[in-house]
Design a binder for this molecule. Structure first.
Ligand SMILES: [Fe+2]
Ligand SMILES: [Fe+2]
Length: 195
């Protein structure tokens, strides 16, 4: 009997899916998720490309590229550059908690120091504000934390100082292979567990 390769399963619900269809769907999913590792994060950042700024001379997309470009030029390691590029990924979802949201999204793909840095950068960023109704020393509650200096350094070098419209900004495509590698390493392991 001649078999024709499936393009999609015939089933329209889990309960009626055959073993062969499950095998087909799982294998297709595994290939897709590995091949597209990191793409969803890149798309979320790219969706902000043409948004107006909130009053700064650069928008969030430009700020992110400027910061990542500076990190690259300074010779930071690849995962750190990815963390810098994506640190404000969730700005539009909730400006007041965007660090926590980005931290949750990126946690599987970052080392603990870089994850903590992304997930807590807002309170550290306050330290650099010249005017604020919030406590600009609020990050002192974390003094002594193993990632305190790591996060303060990030906020100084790659956050508070990256709003200059004349600063070098490499295109997002320059960083795409780095993001794909960072996510891809984890996705390979994840797909070993794909049911
Ligand atoms: Fe931020
Ligand atoms: Fe930022």
């Amino acid at each position: 009997m001649r078999t024709v390769a499936m393009k999609t399963v015939a089933a329209t619900s889990f309960t009626e899916t055959t073993a062969e269809e499950w095998a087909f769907a799982v294998e297709n999913g595994r290939r897709k998720y590995i091949a597209d590792a990191g793409v969803a994060a890149l798309k979320l950042l790219e969706s902000q490309k043409d948004e107006p700024s909130t009053g700064w001379q650069v928008n969030n997309y430009q700020h992110s590229l400027s910061a990542a470009t500076k990190a690259l030029r300074n010779g930071e390691d690849e995962e750190y550059i990815v963390a810098v590029l994506l640190h404000d990924l969730a700005q539009d979802l909730d400006p007041m908690r965007h660090d926590r949201i980005a931290g949750t999204l990126l946690k599987p793909f970052l080392e603990p120091a870089n994850h903590w840095m992304v997930a807590n950068h807002q309170v550290f960023q306050l330290s650099f504000r010249t005017h604020s109704k919030f406590d600009t020393k609020a990050c002192e509650k974390f003094r002594g934390h193993p990632f305190f200096e790591h996060t303060m350094r990030f906020c100084d070098l790659y956050d508070q100082s990256c709003f200059d419209p004349t600063a070098e900004r490499l295109p997002l495509a320059e960083f795409e292979p780095m993001v794909r590698r960072a996510f891809g390493r984890v996705m390979q392991d994840r797909m070993g567990m794909y049911p």
